[in-house]
Write a protein that binds this ligand. Sequence first.
Ligand SMILES: [Zn+2]
Ligand SMILES: [Zn+2]
Length: 336
Amino acid sequence: MDALPQQSPQQPWKAAWSATEERLLSNAGRTAVRATVAGRTSRVSKLDSDLLDDELTDMLREPMSKAMSLLQPQAVDTYKLEVDTAIKAVLFWLSAGSSLRRATYGQGLQNLAYESSGRGDVVQRLRVFGVVSIGGAYVWSKALSYVSLKGWADAPRGSMRRRVWQALERVERVARVATLINFLAFVGAGQYKTVLERLLGLRLVYARPQVSHSVSFEFLNRQLVWHAFTEFVMFALPLINAARARRWAVRNARSVLGLPPVAVDPAVAALPDHVCAICYSAAADPADECVAVNPYSARCGHSYCYVCIKTRMMAEAGECACLRCGQHVDRIWQRI
Ligand SMILES: [Zn+2]
Ligand SMILES: [Zn+2]
């Protein structure tokens, strides 16, 4: 009789490991793919960061303009481009130009920072980026305004000025087309927001990858709800008769407390039936007779001059309270 083959005690472990190892490796591969997908930066954050930077420039321009207008009122308009360029340059120098931040203030708020795609110092590239994007834009707009002011476009055909103007126009057109193509590529791939970033290989990535990147719409939602609410109030407010609503509230509050609908003066309540209480209250001398002229009665049976009670009702949106008993008066009848 053959003896059973002797198994070493390690063999079952080995078989289990080789079966598990394969599964583990495939799982690791899947999580790596997920990590790279999550590592992509949001396009919305990149575009929002530009808006935030523009807002910041606007906020700083205002006090500068005010200060300049105190010195020389027309200087604000004359040097608008210079002031803007100076503000942008200072902001860029203090934010993206520093080796610690590598991002403008707007990008910092969106948790973004620049990273160079190839080898090379990112700070050096950022400085070139700043000089070209801010300084270059300034020189370009100055050149364009100079050429158009001097009328180089209308210079004789073939002259030097005309050729310079044509060259500038061609460069402008090429730049616009390149910007459009780059933007379409940005929408597709989400990598480089501007042509200059693409040329310098400057990519925006998350400064702290562990922070949540989801765009919060909470503020937007709140804004929408508030907007809808104010729209509704604006629509509903003219439909509400404030005086009538107040009287209704007072009447109900007094009935809850067990009081008559309005406070009644006992002297007025005790007047003889033929006296108009409104005339009596308005009279300089309360001892006056104030007999009701063309008397009209309310539902409660108390009489007033027609003019007195009608005027009072019209002044209070079609209804008022009886001065003698405090009852609600919305209709009157001629007393025969
Ligand atoms: Zn009267
Ligand atoms: Zn009455």
